[in-house]
Ligand binder design. Structure first.
Ligand code: AMP
Ligand code: ZN
Length: 504
């Protein structure tokens, strides 16, 4: 029986929540996938879902708290959210479930420890707590007390962090937290480790760090997916290391970046959901944007991009956000986590739906009018698009003999373990491992050609990276005797490999 100390729920609600907790912890509640429709659940059910997820992932044992204590904390989080059109507790619950989906239905959980999961999920639930429905730009332009308190930087994220820390203290939520992993937490108590990770997760939901996060993540993915290529490299050792069925644990900073990316991905995921949900979230976020535009007019402040209800268009806003913000982010995530690929397919389908909704031409002036092609204006503010990164190391590493031999070896292993007949002899795959690196930029005279060539190189490397991951992932599934999944994963591999062959 659930008992709350600090909040009140009716006994009917407590019974409802308890029922849902039981179902979720047994994995028996449907509707928690990417089709999660937050509007179709009562508040008590939502609370039950959140507690149930912690229980399902065995995190109550890590936090060393009861279901009732967690429920009490969650009710307080709900009370901390303002009932705005978009940034309400419903958005928090939605982001929480999408975070859960990203970690539990991909292999990425294998890279994290239980304390990271605790931080990530609490971060997801609290990341917009106290959001007034008027964004950072508004806070700064109106020179209000909040903006001054936080020095005009990441104002709302810092505010949400402070509100979260207050609630964590109020509920002594991290007082007894103890990891079940073997990792020694250095320099910190485990509570401080989780608290620090929560703050970093929340801070990374600031849209102004979006592109920086992509860069950081690309580096981490490179480090995690590349085997050491040097003269000392021994294939046998490499295989031994990776055949235990688990991944080598990334260092703390890299695990933090993975968490930041997962939370940010969940935060902008409404665009990659089935169309009905995508449209509904867009409707409510536009209500909030236009309200901000109205407030800006009223207070003689500069009207934020796309927030003027007289001059904004939903299709235009959605395509711009999807094409320039969401797509590159999920593409990088899908390189690491092929399980995310269906979300990119949804984005593409939603794009068609947006266009068919609106007969006007697709947006022409997508970039700001100041002729600076590296600045993009979206409702979140003006984002700096970084220069294209240097060619990722994947282009180099796939063309080495050692790597090709190892990969071939992997494939033979997979084929043996899974009893799957490869449609091409494994040796053929080494061909796809050799990526034709396009001529270097200095060799290309024309500016247009240069850009095209560079984009092509980037595209090839992205696919190569995906293939490299698919191989490791397939092997891992096979080692774990999850053969059906391994077979499925093999088909991704075939797909990506043939894409690559088209380039070489
Ligand atoms: P957050 O404010 O933490 O939820 O950060 C996500 C930001 O992404 C939002 O503030 C919006 O600026 C932007 N965003 C999310 N979903 C959409 C959408 N469907 N259309 C346009 N912008 C969006
Ligand atoms: Zn959010």
């Amino acid at each position: 029986m659930l008992v709350l100390k600090r909040n009140h729920l009716t006994s009917e609600d407590l019974i409802k929540a308890e029922h849902v907790i039981r179902k979720v912890s047994l994995g028996k509640l449907s509707g928690l996938g990417i089709d999660f429709d937050v509007w179709s659940w009562t508040r008590a059910e939502l609370y039950g879902i959140v507690v149930g997820v912690f229980s399902r992932l065995d995190l109550l044992e890590v936090l060393k708290i009861s279901q009732s204590q967690l429920l009490d904390f969650i009710v307080d989080i709900d009370r901390g959210y303002i009932s705005t059109p978009y940034h309400s507790f419903l958005h928090a619950a939605d982001v929480f479930i999408m975070t859960f989906n990203l970690v539990s239905y991909s292999h990425v959980q294998g890279y994290l420890i239980d304390l990271d999961l605790v931080a990530l999920l609490i971060g997801a639930l609290c990341h917009d707590i106290g959001h007034p429905g008027l964004n950072n730009l508004y806070q700064v332009n109106s020179k209000n007390e909040l903006a001054q308190r936080y020095n005009n930087e990441s104002v709302l994220e810092k505010f949400s962090c402070d509100e979260t820390l207050k609630l964590l203290r109020k509920h002594s939520l991290l007082k007894y937290v103890q990891t079940k992993s073997n990792l020694e937490i250095q320099d910190h108590s485990q509570g401080a480790y989780v608290q620090n990770a929560i703050v970093k997760c929340i801070m990374s939901t600031d849209m102004s760090v979006h592109f920086g996060l992509i860069e950081q993540f690309t580096t981490v993915v490179d480090i995690l997916t590349v085997s050491p290529i040097n003269e000392e490299f021994h294939e046998a050792e490499y295989l031994k290391e990776h055949s235990s069925g688990s991944y080598p644990l990334p260092q703390t900073g890299h695990r933090q970046i993975i968490c930041n990316v997962l939370l940010h991905a969940a935060d902008i995921s409404n665009t990659v959901r089935p169309w009905e949900l995508c449209k509904r979230w867009s409707d409510v976020i536009l209500d909030e944007f236009f309200f901000q535009g109205d407030m800006e007019k009223l207070n003689n402040l500069p009207i934020s991009p796309n927030m003027d209800r007289e001059h904004s268009n939903q299709t235009d806003i959605s395509l711009k956000f999807g094409d320039f913000v969401v797509k590159p982010f999920f593409e990088v995530l899908a390189d690491f986590c092929p399980e995310v690929q269906p979300l990119l397919t949804n984005l593409c389908e939603n794009r068609t739906r947006w266009l068919s909704l609106d007969n006007t031409e697709p947006p022409r002036r997508l970039l700001t009018g100041n002729n600076n092609p590296s600045r993009l204006s979206v409702p979140a503010g003006t984002l700096d698009i970084p220069d294209l990164p240097p060619l990722p190391s994947v282009l180099r590493r796939h063309s080495t003999d050692i790597e090709r031999k190892t990969r071939r070896h992997h494939l033979v292993n997979i084929a043996e373990l899974t009893d799957v007949e490869l449609s091409e002899p494994p040796g053929e795959y080494s061909k796809s491992g050799l990526v034709n690196i396009p001529p270097s930029i200095s060799e290309v005279e024309e500016e247009g050609e240069e850009a095209l060539c560079y984009l092509q190189a980037e595209d090839i490397s992205r696919r190569a990276n995906r293939r490299s991951f698919s191989l490791d992932h397939t092997l891992l599934l096979a080692k774990k005797k999850r053969f059906e999944e391994a077979v499925k994963s093999l088909s991704t591999l075939h797909e990506v490999s043939s894409e690559l062959d088209n380039y070489s």
